[in-house]
Design a protein around this ligand. Structure first.
Ligand code: AMP
Ligand code: FE
Ligand code: FE
Ligand code: ZN
Length: 283
């Protein structure tokens, strides 16, 4: 059976794999298709498309947008997006700037705690436009200031820990709108992690297309609950490993995979969205 992993990160956000490594790993796992879904970034998509084409793997350009609704953080995946769309690139640049400023603020807090980390060390390690807390954690370990990533999160970076800084986020509706504007399919990521079930009907009204039922951190019961919700709200079903490369121990790529049928339904929706975009008057 042909299968796909539709949730992967690269070193263009907080994963460790390069586009070439992702394609090689996908091949090793026997995946027919993969989607790259870096946080607030599409920078890795062109390179991964080339690497996948060379490896005989179908590539789906994507992103994972961070949003907030009623005080809850949630993540929205955009699939088959036009990674050159000017409005998308302007908005991503805005959220990337928010991320970079937040790194400086987190480092300033660490310095006030007499932890001598330099923001430049984090940026040098991250080498991407969408740096996040995992890069600060890795820089802390690299500088010998924390023993491991878990310690960095537990002592400093977890929500409400002393170096944690909240991040300005778009609303769920804005994220869905931005994905559609870039001619992509909008899917709620790992709902089992965010406790945002009560927000799903509102997101469906805002145009949500699908729901990530299968995810590394979803139990069988959780997946079943979201399959039922997908059925009730006529949402597409997706799934993926949320692999961050070697950041978190063993690489997860290929450990959560969905039948290729789900790629076909995603693709059919993308065609509809692109057709609607052609009919839309220019802004
Ligand atoms: P940020 O977008 O900068 O807030 O960072 C969020 C990312 O940090 C998530 O996507 C995870 O990859 C990672 N993360 C969050 N909490 C932890 C944790 N306790 N331990 C390790 N990684 C974490
Ligand atoms: Fe991440
Ligand atoms: Fe996520
Ligand atoms: Zn993710």
């Amino acid at each position: 059976m042909r299968v796909a992993d539709l949730h992967l990160h690269s070193h263009f956000s907080d994963g460790t794999y390069s586009p070439e490594e992702l394609a090689a790993q996908a091949r090793r796992c026997g995946l027919a298709a993969i989607a790259l879904t870096d946080h607030d970034s599409v920078e890795g998509c062109p390179g991964t498309a080339v690497a996948c084409a060379a490896a005989g793997i179908e590539f789906i350009p994507g992103t994972e947008l961070t949003a907030e609704q009623d005080g809850n953080e949630l993540h929205l995946l955009g699939y088959f997006i036009d990674t050159q769309n000017p409005s998308l690139l302007v908005q991503l640049a805005r959220f990337q700037a928010v991320r970079q400023n937040r790194i400086r603020e987190m480092v300033a807090r660490l310095n006030r705690l007499r932890v001598p980390l330099a923001a430049e060390a984090v940026f040098a390690l991250a080498k991407c436009r969408a740096p996040g807390r995992p890069h600060v954690a890795r820089a802390l370990v690299q500088a010998g200031l924390c023993a491991n990533l878990d310690e960095a999160f537990e002592r400093f970076l977890k929500k409400n820990r002393p170096a944690w800084v909240p991040k300005f986020k778009m609303s769920a509706g804005e994220a869905i709108e931005l994905i559609h504007l870039a001619e992509g399919v909008a899917v709620l990521a790992h709902p089992g992690l965010n406790r945002t079930d009560q927000l799903i009907p509102g997101m469906v009204k805002a145009g949500l297309d699908g729901i990530e039922c299968f995810h590394t951190k979803h139990s069988t019961t959780t997946s079943k609950r979201y399959l039922e919700l997908a059925d009730r709200f006529h949402l597409l079903v997706t799934g993926g490993s949320d692999c961050h490369g070697l950041n978190k121990g063993k690489p997860l790529i290929g450990t959560v995979k969905v039948p290729y049928l789900h790629v076909e339904t995603l693709k059919a929706r993308a065609v509809e969205i692109k057709a609607a975009a052609i009919l839309r008057p220019a802004p």
